[in-house]
Design a protein around this ligand. Sequence first.
Ligand code: SF4
Length: 441
Amino acid sequence: MSTTLTIQPRPIDPSVDHEIQAIVSGAGSGSTCNTDLAAGPWDFDTRPGYGPGASMGDVIPTGSPRQGMLPQAYRDASDEELDARIRRAKETLGDRVVVLGHFYQREEVVRHADYVGDSFQLANAALEHPDAEAIVFCGVHFMAETADLLSQPEQAVILPNLAAGCSMADMADIDQVEECWEQLEELYGDMDAPDADGLVPVVPVTYMNSSAAIKGFVGRHGGIVCTSSNARTVLEWAFARGRRVLFFPDQHLGRNTAKAMGVPLAQMPMWNPTKPLGGSDEQTLADARVILWHGFCSVHRRFTVDQIDKARAEHPGVRVIVHPECPMAVVDAADEAGSTDYIRKAIAAATEPTTFAIGTEINLVQRLAAQYPQHEIFCLDPVVCPCSTMYRIHPGYLAWVLEGLVAGDTLNRITVPASDADPARVALERMLAAKPSGSAA
Ligand code: SF4
């Protein structure tokens, strides 16, 4: 007689917000990086800074967008009331609106999204709805800008909380990038002039996680955009056209990708915009293959090799997967590294019950743990510390912008000026046309 083994699903609450509230009130175990996380984001809207969470120690650029105070009715509403109001507004709006939710958004927001994905998947999802009047992007500022670049001119892209920026994207400031380019031009000569091998001195490459101004800069200077999924293909594209690559804003994605392609670390100097020649000497820059901008993601910088060692000691056989925005030592120590989509697919594809230790944002990890109860899935970082700016999108803001649309008001519209939008689209189109080496044209 054969017996069928059934795996009992573990009841896991996918809400990071519930966990934070429980820890801060003393009803739950564990710790958070900041107890202010339990407050409403409106407590921080009028203050400078990124707010509590992983980026709270980062320096916010002067003039970063601030969010005006959320009306009292939304601040006072219970979770249940906000949930019902969002549902009602969405029902009333029907096809007039598309709600996009990034993987790192809180559960209470994601459950209302028509699409859930990474920034580029979501911008593409919006393309499928050219007749929608509004695209509500529950993510951060550069994502709403990208959606605006790719959507129809008459469509309004809405960011529910204007203070939801991205500390990494902010680290590549357009004035500093222009200044860097001028210094490199003085060193290398005419940046448009190919050498005997047909290669220009530098091809700029920007990660999707950058402002539209940076994407526009890249497009104007023969460069290209990349995502964490296609960074290698994009670097191959750039090396086919240039002697070197200037990669921004994320030094870790640039370093991890170029290292995997065989570029020696000595040929990857870092460019610190506060120092002359970025802190390097002329010879180092002459020999460079990839110049890495001094940027990082404070969420992924929290992961350490010690955490991986601990996970392996406590969970023999654990499969460790980290995001390539993590520091090089962490990527090297992990079993695998890949984008959020890679992580999601790797877990979905596991046929045997498996223990996964994941190095990416807690909201995604917790949601995957709830979605795949046959596996044990946990975040490498034991401290609950979400992305500060993703966390600024509370259901209260989503209800506010949706009810605004019902009332005929387009609140928090994000628009990219044509001077940046046109070259930024060129850089995005180059990315879409880039093919992995060895693939058919
Ligand atoms: S997780 Fe990192 S890169 Fe993503 S929005 Fe937050 S700070 Fe920016």
